[in-house]
Design a protein around this ligand. Structure first.
Ligand code: NAP
Ligand code: HSE
Length: 430
């Protein structure tokens, strides 16, 4: 395609945090122009219109009109959520439009169905922005690192929760205040429940694991725990013990072919690169047999970093469309089998435990005995003084132990009179 001639027409579904960034990012693009933008509220003030110097794209509340417009070659979906995104993307594919999306909910939930449909209709779906905002991890795995057999991917995949944990640690602010700030900065989902509960990170690690291990992952098989139960005390204790508390997603292919895939808060060593990923930044640590360890760190959320990935996907499609190339097979989903998942009860970890007990002689001995009975070996145990209600706060770090063993020990410990509450259980990663 010649520069500025016959610019390829884009239909943009959504003009919120990401969509408005996409409008700005494409403003001076020589090869594409946005023809129509679909939104919910036609009366909302859109600051990008004041900056545009060429013909303004038409704003419409009728999104089906965009996905059926014969002039539009690429539909960019940045609405979020499953509905109406799935229906509109499906229609767009059936109408032979290529898709670019930042929607991890959609890809992690309906990816297999949509990729099959795209193949049938000879169009492509690009979704770089769906994982880690501005970090180019998806196309790096698909193409640049494609010669590797991947062993493990570990990462911080959610900007909102990383921002909250960072602000709580550095500024001693409450969870609620930090969440509000993350929302105001455009990092959080419209409903931040998926950020906080770990679901957003689960979508992202499922997408990456599927690409890296070339198997489809059913999203509900990803063990997911969020940061709802994390307190400032946990964050500070992690620091004191030489760790940092992060919401981690990991996926590991094991020797029996099963995939250990999970999202949960974790104590990670301060020597681990991911411990220095702060604020809304994300970090992904990839372990491949050829490349070794590789870490990518960058802005995981926010308008322009995410728009950078969306616009990059658009450029990738334009290059293929304009040269009449067949889609590069590396960018098209080729695998169809579903992965076998290792249940979290079968995983082996070290654990940090915070337990409130009666403050009297023999309590520590009783707890130690119960752990011992279930073969849970204690690395350190500290009583951290007496509380105002005369209970004692005890913290423990265990050695490596199978999760089901730890859970059996905890079930027994919770039932003893001397234990008032097991206040938190947090996995410790190497
Ligand atoms: P957002 O700010 O809430 O924007 C959503 C846009 O979609 C708005 O323009 C909204 O219209 C429009 N919309 C939503 N539902 C609609 C409906 N039923 N009919 C018509 N228009 C509808 O969301 P966002 O933060 O840009 O996120 C968009 C997508 O990008 C999500 O999938 C998100 O997970 C993903 N993502 C976001 C980030 C980030 O940093 N925010 C980073 C990476 C990926 P109105 O403007 O009229 O309300
Ligand atoms: N809400 C998401 C986050 C946006 O905080 O990471 C980027 O996917």
């Amino acid at each position: 395609m010649n520069k500025n001639q016959n610019k390829l027409k884009i239909g943009l579904l959504g003009a919120g945090t990401v969509g408005s960034g996409v409008v700005k990012a494409l403003q001076n693009n020589d090869f594409v122009e946005i023809k129509k933008i679909g939104v919910k509220d036609l009366n909302k003030k859109r600051d990008f219109f004041t900056n545009l110097n060429s013909n303004n794209p038409a704003l419409t509340g009728n999104l089906s009109e965009i996905v059926s417009d014969p002039e539009i070659g690429i539909v960019v979906e940045v609405l979020g959520g499953l509905n109406p995104a799935k229906e509109l993307v499906t229609l767009a594919i059936k109408n032979k439009k290529h898709i670019v999306t930042a929607n991890k909910d959609l890809i992690a939930t309906y990816g297999p169905e949509l990729f099959d449909l795209a193949k049938e209709n000879n169009v492509q779906i690009q979704f770089e922005a769906s994982v880690c905002g501005g970090i180019p991890i998806i196309n790096t795995l698909k193409q640049t690192l494609s010669a590797n057999n991947f062993k493990k991917i570990t990462g911080i995949f959610n900007g909102t929760t990383n921002y909250i944990l960072t602000e709580m640690l550095n500024k001693n602010l409450s969870f609620e205040v930090c969440l509000k700030e993350a929302q105001e900065l455009g990092y959080a989902e419209p409903d931040p429940a998926n950020d906080i509960s770990g679901r957003d990170s689960a979508y992202k690690i499922a997408i990456l694991a599927s690409i890296a291990f070339r198997e489809r992952i059913k999203i509900d098989t990803v063990y997911t725990e969020g940061i709802q139960k994390i307190t400032l005390e946990d964050i500070l204790l992690a620091e004191e013990l030489g760790y940092r508390l992060k919401l981690i997603g990991l996926a590991k292919k094991e020797s029996d072919g099963k995939i250990d895939i999970r999202v949960h808060p974790a104590f990670i060593k301060k020597t681990n690169t991911l411990s220095s990923v702060f604020g809304a930044n994300n970090g992904v640590l990839v372990e491949g047999d050829l490349v070794g360890e590789l870490t990518l760190i960058g802005k995981g959320a926010g308008s322009m970093p995410t728009a950078s990935s969306v616009a990059g996907d658009i450029n990738l499609l334009v290059a293929q469309i304009s040269s009449s190339q067949k889609p590069n097979p590396q960018f098209v989903c080729q695998h169809t089998d579903f992965a076998k998942i290792r249940p979290v009860s079968e995983t082996t970890n070290c654990y940090f435990l915070r337990i409130r007990t009666e403050d009297k002689a023999g309590v520590v001995g009783q707890i130690g005995t119960m752990f011992g009975k279930h073969d849970v070996s204690i690395n350190t145990l500290t009583q951290r003084g007496t509380n105002q209600d005369n209970t004692a706060s005890i913290t423990l770090l265990t050695h490596l132990v199978k999760e089901e063993r730890l859970q059996r020990a905890l079930a027994e410990i919770k039932n003893t009179n001397v234990v008032k509450q097991v206040e938190n259980v947090i996995r410790v990663l190497d």
